[in-house]
Design a protein around this ligand. Structure first.
Ligand code: UDP
Ligand code: MG
Length: 314
């Protein structure tokens, strides 16, 4: 039996040494075979050199270095494509995903009828209020309008059986939203609550605007509902305007047609104009996704690795 850890790293030079020590301690205590695959996602600091040092002194370590920053989603995909363990997990390098949870996760998978164990933050403490509020709203919306079961507070830190990893690799879409992908492929997940922990060193790469864009991505990737809403809006506005035209004609026949009503005309015009632009925007979001998807570009490009067998471009 073998466990694989996938560690996406982007400018993690401060956190990596601590993470490496801690995770090695935990994995050694498990007394089973393991591998740790670090993905250097185009870091601009000393991350790559640190990874090379780790690999030199420990043969459980593999590193992959991307040609540029492709984002955490691409890094995770590269990880899933290149690990061979029977159990696989993604784990952040900043210690926000405590490695000490791994033995517990493993024993749950081995003793109970589950296919994955996912760590779930039970508090959002330490996070700005507004951010929590929007996060909650996002989970509510996406669960209403998509097939993917996206659980609030869920992290990418989950130990999965091989069959689940194969399913994730098979989902080769370019626009990746992992929370949705994990939910969409199904399988039985055990939710393991844990206390939210501040990152140990360095800085988060997410700001509010990034998170907002990410949430729109999540919705567009896993739901066609916005398109239906746009069509529904179109149909109802058309219906209302028919009634309105009938009303105007009848009014003209009965009372004649003095030139008044500039204000009402303008408001209707502006309202409809706004609606049209909104709907075009929604359609545009989907077209943009289709555009990226049909170009069929690789998810990631590897510039170097200590293992020649890794898939260099995928
Ligand atoms: N990360 C990455 N590529 C990126 C951004 C982040 O590989 O473009 C990695 C990062 O090094 C960390 C993990 O993804 O190991 C989570 O990132 P971060 O801690 O910034 O996110 P947060 O925990 O705040 O959600
Ligand atoms: Mg973090």
């Amino acid at each position: 039996m073998k466990i694989s850890l996938i560690v996406p790293c982007y400018n993690e030079q401060e956190a990596l040494p601590l993470f490496f020590d801690e995770v090695t301690k935990v994995m050694k205590s498990l007394s089973c075979d393991y591998e740790i695959l670090f993905i250097n996602d185009g870091s601009k600091d000393n991350t790559l050199n640190l990874l090379k040092d780790f690999a030199k002194c420990d043969n459980h370590i593999t590193y992959i270095s991307f040609a540029r920053n492709f984002g955490k989603e691409a890094a995770m995909y590269a990880g899933f494509c290149n690990v061979s363990g029977d159990y696989v997990t993604v784990i952040d390098a900043d210690m926000q995903h405590p490695p000490s949870l791994i033995p517990k996760m493993l024993s749950i998978l081995q003793n109970k009828e589950y296919d994955s164990v996912a760590a779930r933050r039970n508090t959002r403490e330490g996070e700005p209020r507004l951010r929590s509020l929007f996060a909650k709203l996002f989970y509510k919306i996406i669960n209403k309008i998509s097939d993917a079961d996206v659980v609030g507070g869920a992290t990418d830190f989950r130990l999965m059986k091989r069959k689940m990893v194969d399913a994730i690799v098979a989902m080769s879409e370019y626009n990746r939203f992992s929370k949705g992908i994990f939910g969409w492929i199904g399988f039985k997940t055990y939710w393991l609550p844990y206390e939210n922990i501040e990152r140990i060193a360095g800085q988060t790469k997410w700001n509010f605007w990034n998170l907002f864009k990410y949430s729109i991505d999540g919705i567009v990737n896993f739901s066609q509902m916005p398109l239906s809403i746009a069509s529904l809006l179109g149909v109802s506005i058309t219906g209302i305007s028919f009634l309105f035209v009938a009303f105007i004609i009848i009014r003209k026949l009965i009372w004649g047609d003095p030139v008044t009503g500039w204000a009402s005309t303008m408001s209707v015009l502006l309202f409809i104009g706004g609606m049209i632009l909104l709907c075009l925007g929604i359609i545009g979001q989907y077209i943009a996704k289709i555009y990226l998807e049909v170009k069929n570009r690789p998810h990631y490009i590897i510039s170097e690795s200590n293992n020649d067998k890794v898939i260099k471009i995928k």
